[in-house]
Design a protein around this ligand. Structure first.
Ligand SMILES: [Zn+2]
Length: 74
């Protein structure tokens, strides 16, 4: 299975579904590079490097980072 096929399947399954240790990138939902607020700057995803797929470890690391940054203590 190549990356393209994997991405297609993961998109169908939705976020946080894991195949072969990979899941959809949690930050960009796997679309092409997004455009910044100024409408010109292309923002490349630092997590998946615009591939749309990350390993579960990378995704988990990112989620952890977000939890730390924004805090979800209750
Ligand atoms: Zn991404």
């Amino acid at each position: 299975m190549n990356q393209r096929e994997l991405l297609a399947i993961l998109r169908k399954l939705g976020p946080e579904q894991v195949i072969d240790g990979h899941e959809l990138c949690p930050t960009c939902d796997s679309l092409s590079p997004s455009i910044d607020m100024d409408g010109e700057t292309i923002v490349h995803c630092p997590i998946c490097r615009d591939k749309g797929i990350v390993s579960t470890e990378e995704a988990e690391r990112w989620r952890q980072e977000m939890r730390e940054r924004f805090g979800t203590q209750r």
